[in-house]
Design a protein around this ligand. Structure first.
Ligand code: AP5
Ligand code: MG
Length: 191
C-alpha cells in the first residue's frame, strides 16, 4: 500500500504529477484545492466560507479542512492500493492530525514527495495559467501572497516529515515526463 503526500509551493506541479501518479499506482486522489473549488462552484455554505480565504491567498482554517478530509479518507475501502494527498497537509497542525488518523487506521503515510521549483518559475507558471484558468487566486498579487503563506505555514510541514524520515525532495524543473520519472523511481522503491 502507498499512502503518499505530494507537496510543494503553489504552481510546483502537484496537480499535474498527481494525474500521472494515480494512473500508474492506482491510488485514490484527494486534492483539497479541487475539493474547495467544487464547493465554491456549487455555492455551498462551505464554499462561500472558503472563498473568502482563497481569493486572498490565505489558507482556510485547519478545523474546516481536517474534518472534510477525515470523512473522505475514512470512506476509502480497506483493500484500496492507497491514497495520494495533493495540497494537504499544509500546516503542521494538519500534518499531526493526519498522522494520528492514518496510524489509527493502520494505513500510515508512506512518504511525502516534495517538489522543488524556483520562485521565478512558480510565478511564471501561475501567471500564464491565470490567463485561462478562471481561478480567482491566479493573479500576480494573490500568487505572491500564496507563496508567502507557503513559506510561513507549509514549508514547516517538510521539516516535520524530515524529522519522521518520510520525505523525498524531487527536482520539479524539466518536462512533466522527466519529473514523473524521478517521482516513479522513488515510489517504485517503496513498493
Ligand atoms: P491548491 O489548489 O492546492 O493550490 P496551490 O497549492 O496554490 O497549487 P496549484 O494548484 O496552483 O499548483 P500545483 O502545484 O497543483 O501545480 P499545477 O500542476 O497546477 O490550493 C488553493 C487554495 O485552496 C489555497 O491557497 C488555500 O486557500 C486553499 N487550500 C487548499 N488546501 C488547503 C489546506 N490543506 N489547508 C488550508 N487551505 C487549503 O501546475 C501549475 C501550472 O504549471 C499549470 O498551468 C501546469 O500546466 C504548469 N506546469 C506543471 N508542470 C510543469 C512543468 N514541468 N513545466 C512547465 N509548466 C508546468
Ligand atoms: Mg493543484
Amino acid at each position: 500500500m502507498l499512502n503518499i503526500i505530494i507537496s510543494g509551493a503553489p504552481g510546483c506541479g502537484k496537480g499535474t504529477q498527481s494525474e500521472l501518479i494515480i494512473e500508474k499506482y492506482g491510488l485514490k486522489h484527494f486534492s483539497t484545492g479541487e475539493l474547495l473549488r467544487n464547493e465554491i462552484n456549487e455555492k455551498t455554505e462551505l464554499g462561500l466560507e472558503a472563498e473568502k480565504f482563497i481569493v486572498n491567498g490565505n489558507l482556510v482554517p485547519d478545523e474546516m479542512i481536517i474534518n472534510i478530509l477525515k470523512s473522505a479518507i475514512e470512506k476509502v475501502p480497506a483493500d484500496a492500493n492507497g491514497i495520494l494527498l495533493d495540497g494537504f497537509p499544509r500546516t503542521v497542525a494538519q500534518a499531526e492530525a493526519l498522522e494520528i488518523l492514518m496510524d489509527g487506521m493502520s494505513k500510515p503515510i508512506t512518504l511525502m514527495v516534495d517538489l522543488e521549483v524556483p520562485r521565478k518559475e512558480l510565478i511564471n507558471r501561475l501567471v500564464t495559467r491565470g490567463e485561462t484558468s478562471g481561478r480567482s487566486d491566479d493573479n500576480l498579487e494573490t500568487i505572491k501572497k500564496r507563496l508567502e503563506v507557503y513559506e510561513l505555514k507549509t514549508a514547516p510541514v517538510s521539516v516535520f516529515y524530515q524529522s519522521l524520515h518520510k520525505i523525498s525532495k524531487i527536482d520539479g524543473m524539466g518536462t512533466v515526463d522527466e519529473i514523473f520519472s524521478r517521482i516513479a523511481t522513488v515510489l517504485d522503491a517503496k513498493l
